[in-house]
Design a protein around this ligand. Structure first.
Ligand SMILES: [Fe+2]
Length: 360
C-alpha cells in the first residue's frame, strides 16, 4: 500500500476497503512468519505504511508481565530488534500505561495495548510534527490489526515454548547419558555451541540455516542412546561389529527426531555429520559439496572438540596442535573452506577462549 495514497475525510466505502486491505496485509505477514522476532520487526514497517506513521515500535512483555522482553523499532529507515530484558519501570509513563492496558491517542501519537487473556505488550505509532494528527479512523484500523497481531504473537510464543520443551527434553536425555559415562556421544560443553555459531557466521550462513545448525549441534548424536551401552562405554579397541553399530548413530538420531516436524531442516545435517570431504565417511560416502554445509561445519567442530577433550582412554592435545591437525585434514576429512574459516577464527581472542573452555 502506498502511504501517499492515504487521505483524510475519505468515504465509508473507501475506509472499508482500507481496513480490508490492511487486515489482508497483516494476515499475509502472519502466515509467512515463523518466529516472534521476525514477525515484530516486519510488523513495525508494515504498520507504518498502513497508517502513514513516521515511526513505530512494538513491545512484548516477558511471561510474568514485569519486564519488556522484545522491542522492535522502525524509524522510517531502519528496523531494529532489541532482545534483552528491560525494566518496565524504566519505560516512559505513556509506554507503561499502554503496556498495562490503556489506549492513548494524542495528536501524532497512538499507543495501543496488545491484550490476550492478559497484557502481552503494546504497539506505538508516531507522526512527525509536519504531518497531520492521527484520526479516529487510524485508531480503528490499528485496533483491528492489534487483535490480529495478538493472536499471531500468542500462537508463535506457544509454538516456540513447545519447541523449547522438546529441545530441553532431548538435552536432558543427553545429560542423563553423560552421567552414565558416555559423555562424548551425548553432551557438549556450552562453548561448543558458541564455536558452531561463530563458524556459521564466518561461513556466511543465513539465520535459518544457522538455527538449523544450532539444533543439529544439540541433537546430532541423540541416536547414540539406542547404541548398546556396553559399546558406547567400552574403553578398549572396538570390534568391527561394534564399529558398525556406532556408525549407525546418525541414522538413529534422524529416526528419533523425524517425528518432530519443526526439526525437518535439521535432519540432513544430522544424517551426514560423519561424512568426509574426500567421500570416505559414513553413512553414504557423500563427497565435497554433496555434503550439506551444516554437516561440513559440524564435522570440523566435532573433531576439534574431540581433540581438545581428555577422555579416560586418551589425552587431550593443545589448541595449536589441534589447529595443525585440522589443517592437515583440509580437503581430506574436511571442507577446505570450512578449515580456512575455522583457522581464521583461531586468531581471535574470543574464539580461542571458547576453545580453551572446551578443553577444561
Ligand atoms: Fe556423531
Amino acid at each position: 500500500m502506498n502511504t501517499k495514497a492515504i487521505r483524510y475525510n475519505i468515504s465509508s466505502k473507501e475506509k472499508y476497503k482500507r481496513v480490508i486491505a490492511a487486515v489482508h496485509m497483516v494476515y499475509r505477514l502472519v502466515n509467512s512468519t515463523f518466529s516472534t522476532k521476525e514477525l515484530l520487526i516486519r510488523l513495525t514497517r508494515i504498520i507504518c505504511q498502513l497508517v502513514g506513521a513516521s515511526s513505530s515500535c512494538v513491545h512484548v512483555l516477558d511471561d510474568k508481565g514485569k519486564h519488556l522482553k522484545l522491542i522492535a523499532v522502525f524509524n522510517g529507515k531502519i528496523n531494529i530488534l532489541y532482545e534483552r530484558k528491560a525494566d518496565l519501570a524504566k519505560a516512559t509513563k505513556d509506554e507503561r500505561s499502554v503496556v498495562q492496558g490503556a489506549t492513548i491517542v494524542r495528536d501524532r501519537f497512538i499507543g495501543l495495548p496488545l491484550v490476550s487473556e492478559e497484557n502481552i505488550g503494546a504497539i506505538f505509532m508516531r507522526r512527525r510534527p509536519t504531518q497531520k494528527p492521527f484520526e479516529d479512523f487510524d485508531r480503528e484500523v490499528l485496533t483491528v490489526l492489534a487483535e490480529e497481531v495478538v493472536i499471531a504473537v500468542r500462537n508463535l510464543q506457544l509454538q516456540e515454548l513447545q519447541q523449547k520443551v522438546i529441545l530441553d527434553s532431548i538435552k536432558s536425555m543427553g545429560k542423563f547419558f553423560a552421567n552414565q559415562g558416555v559423555q562424548e556421544f551425548c553432551q557438549h560443553a556450552p562453548a561448543y555451541y558458541k564455536i558452531v555459531q561463530c563458524l556459521a557466521e564466518k561461513m556466511g550462513m543465513n539465520e535459518k540455516d544457522t538455527e538449523a545448525l544450532e539444533y543439529a549441534s544439540i541433537l546430532h548424536d541423540a541416536g547414540s542412546i539406542d547404541v548398546p551401552y556396553h559399546i558406547l562405554s567400552k574403553q578398549g579397541r572396538l570390534t568391527p561389529a561394534e564399529f558398525r553399530e556406532i556408525r549407525r548413530h546418525p541414522e538413529k538420531s534422524v529416526e528419533l527426531i523425524r517425528p518432530v516436524s519443526f526439526l525437518k531442516p535439521v535432519l540432513p545435517i544430522i544424517l551426514y555429520h560423519h561424512e568426509r570431504y574426500d567421500g570416505k565417511g559414513y553413512p553414504s560416502g557423500l563427497r565435497g559439496e554433496e555434503i550439506p554445509l551444516g554437516a561440513r561445519v559440524m564435522a570440523v567442530v566435532d573433531a576439534a572438540e574431540a581433540m581438545l577433550t581428555r577422555r579416560p582412554y586418551k589425552r587431550e592435545i593443545s589448541a595449536s596442535r589441534m589447529t595443525q591437525e585440522i589443517r592437515r585434514q583440509s580437503g581430506a576429512q574436511f571442507d577446505p573452506k570450512v578449515v580456512e574459516a575455522f583457522c581464521g577464527l583461531c586468531d581471535q581472542t574470543k574464539f580461542r577462549k571458547y576453545l580453551s573452555i572446551i578443553g577444561t
